[in-house]
Design a protein. Sequence first.
Length: 122
Amino acid sequence: MTNGLNLLAATVVAFALAGCASQAKSDLVASAEKAVRHVATDPGSVQFREVRVVQLESAAGKAPIVCGEFNAKNRLGGYTGFEPFAWHPDGKLLARSLFPREGQSIADAGIASLCAGVLPQI
């Protein structure tokens, strides 16, 4: 009987911890989506897809990065098309539309690297 109770207790603890991790991920995603909406011309129009939390590997250790794609309306009211983004919990947002046209390919490469869990090479 004691083994059964121990197993039950371990299962409850495991589910509780999984719930905490899930809550932490959803909080990260909500914060990232808020950051994207903050820079959008029409925050209410922002759509998201393929949003996920990635663990970035660096010499300092691991750090969570929220990656995904967003689409939003421009000043003329038309959607501009989905573009990738990467967001770090310290508030840094990387998105193609935040760069001038000549820097957008560099932004794309940086986002791709971060979302693969690797620091971009400069």
